[in-house]
Design a protein around this ligand. Structure first.
Ligand SMILES: [Cu+2]
Length: 186
């Protein structure tokens, strides 16, 4: 593994890439992701979203349901057919929920930060450890970010979505005062 000193040296050395490789810059926009209640289930039962995303549940079933966080983050109360409830996810993490009327109805919202390739969370979520993680992934055969899109710091998408441009982008952000990772890297 890398020592702190070697990570700093690595970051400093890779600064030269900033002048050799043009970074691509992503876009930021508010996003809403829909979850349907078509019956005695949530569909899809797991959604993976960026920080700042609004998740909107719609009860499309003929009887009432709720969407209720198991950690008291949100509670829709009873939703009759056709009613909706929205919640903005402003921090990274894995958030389970259920319907309080039918406890077998469960779902999960996974929230992550673009650029937080190692899923460390915390403050700052995006730091030199993510650069090292991506270098190890792109050049060293190391583990991929989970979800992979979390490593697509410049929101380039494409194939591969995570490549040297994302490493350069993060170096520029962490060491060069460059723009933060894009907001929607799905
Ligand atoms: Cu229910």
């Amino acid at each position: 593994m890398f020592t702190h000193q070697s990570k700093v040296a690595l970051g400093a050395a890779l600064m030269v890439l900033l002048f050799a490789i043009p970074a691509m810059f992503g876009h930021a926009s508010a996003v809403t992701v829909d979850v349907s209640i078509p019956g005695f289930s949530f569909s899809p039962s797991t959604v993976t979203v960026n920080v700042g995303t609004t998740v909107r549940w719609t009860n499309n079933h003929s009887i009432s349901h709720t969407t209720t966080s198991t950690t008291a983050l949100w509670d829709s109360g009873i939703l009759a057919q056709g009613e909706q409830f929205s919640h903005v996810f402003s921090s990274a993490g894995t958030f389970p929920y259920l319907c309080t009327l039918h406890l077998g109805m469960t779902g999960t919202v996974v929230v992550y930060v673009c650029g937080d390739a190692n899923a460390s969370g915390g403050d700052p979520a995006v730091d030199i450890d993510d650069i090292v993680f991506l270098i190890n992934y792109v050049f060293g055969g190391g583990p991929a970010p989970v979800p992979l899109a979390a490593g697509d710091a410049n929101c380039s998408g494409g194939d591969p979505a995570v490549d040297i441009d994302d490493i350069v982008y993060l170096i520029n952000y962490v060491f060069g005062g460059g723009p933060a990772p894009c907001a929607n890297c799905l």
